[in-house]
Design a protein around this ligand. Sequence first.
Ligand SMILES: Cc1cc2nc3c(=O)[nH]c(=O)nc-3n(C[C@H](O)[C@H](O)[C@H](O)COP(=O)(O)OP(=O)(O)OC[C@H]3O[C@@H](n4cnc5c(N)ncnc54)[C@H](O)[C@@H]3O)c2cc1C
Length: 495
Amino acid sequence: MGKALIVGTGLGAMTSALRLASRGYKVEMVEKYHQPGGRLNQLKKDGFTFDLGPTFFSMTYEFEEFRKDVGLTRLPFTFRDLDVLYAVNFRGSDKRYIIYRDLDRLAKEFEAVEPDFRRKMDRFLAGAARFFHDTEYLVLKRNYDSLFQYLLTLLRVPVRHSPKLLRSVWTEMERHFESREVKEIFSLVAFFLGATPFDTPAIYTILSYTELVHDGYHNVEGGMYKIVEGLRKELDRAGVVMHFNTEIVDYRQADGKVAAMIDRHGKDWEADLFVVNADAAWFRHKIFRRKKFSAARMDKLQWTLAPFTMYLGLDTKLPDVPLHNYFLGTNFKEYSGKIFKNAIKLDQPYYYVNVVSKSDPESAPEGCESVFVLCPVPDMRFKPDWSDREQIAAGIIRDLSGRIGIDLQKHIISKTVMTPVEWRDAFNLYKGSGLGLGHNLNQIGGFRPKNFDEEFKNVFYVGASTVPGTGLPMAVISSKLLVERITGAYGSLHS
Ligand SMILES: Cc1cc2nc3c(=O)[nH]c(=O)nc-3n(C[C@H](O)[C@H](O)[C@H](O)COP(=O)(O)OP(=O)(O)OC[C@H]3O[C@@H](n4cnc5c(N)ncnc54)[C@H](O)[C@@H]3O)c2cc1C
């Protein structure tokens, strides 16, 4: 029992590979895409460099835990703390809200719209902090063998937190704040989870605590893809081999185990154990063809919003646009209510803009700017046809031009658009859903697809749609939980 084959090379896979290699496993990885990283990927085009998906993240200490676990003296990439987390703009208003980590400066930003902001924010964050620290180790960073074990664990969560399970993020905001601006801005964390504040449980207000107080937000020197490049070097050193343009489409079984995964060209990939980093629900549906993950059931699950992304190379600078920006409209509630189901016109879009070259000047030629735009849109269950992609892209560019006072159309010298179709096809994301399975109460913890297979003893899962959930730090935690499972079953090969 020494050889592990990992299907996929996302962050969960790469961190798992190093953890397994450090425990004596011989690891090989197969990847459908042409380079590693999964959603944490990179696009180089026309002299510009873009991070494909993630642009910042929280909970850096999970990477530190990983570093110690695999015996590295330092991480092979460098974090940068963000003092300004992001800026938020509302349509029709010149006021731009800067979200500082420093709570005193933050209070100043909101003094005109939310009297007594600091006291209210402290109270709000204290509640979120209590929940975070009462559950981080007890519930989040744990493996569950059964639903029963998960439910028993929940009984140990202090009862004072129960209302947070019943309320939404939005309701929690309404309990603490009065102004529309504050409620909308600090409920954006629900969108980071690929959902809206109206359908996300209030337990996720912990994200406000992690962004503002606990660990803040960070990006990576030289761009987010440095994480992947750094890990790849360590994997090379550890003797882990990666094969690209290799998509697993089938499997062969023997004696209640998977004997081999089979790629698109009919090649068998044999191993003693298999780790699936492809979406944990999608793989059970598409490759293992499980009844519980039939097409009808997959469509009924709650999936996160899909990304509509643009990568723009501009031949000009944007001096007045900060690094991370949100551009919101004036109909937050209505937009949030309709965006999932394609009932909204995208002519007045809500979107995020990252001017990558502000933090990494080498990502654009001299005098130019690399700009990433992300607009959350319905997945392909609700909008299968994206042939209107150019119209949607033009609408967002027009809107952004108006709001920053520069006619971007005149300055675009490189443009790439990815709709949910391209996101689905690149990484096998179910119907183009960007962050995988959603995080409503019946899809987290013991309810989420497990990180061990129900049928095959030697198959395990890691990544966003298994435990604990989506986002870069969660992928790292997921690899920790996975390796606990594997060493629980097979032991560390060094000991
Ligand atoms: C647009 C966007 C923006 C984001 N922004 C942020 C952010 O700012 N901060 C943050 O923390 N998180 C962000 N995320 C989320 C984050 O990217 C993911 O949660 C994380 O990268 C998922 O890692 P993973 O381990 O699940 O692997 P994935 O990235 O899902 O990788 C899985 C890999 O498996 C491969 N694969 C799938 N099927 C097969 C097969 N059959 N055979 C072979 N290979 C296969 C795929 O090609 C892929 O490379 C963002 C995501 C998106 C889409």
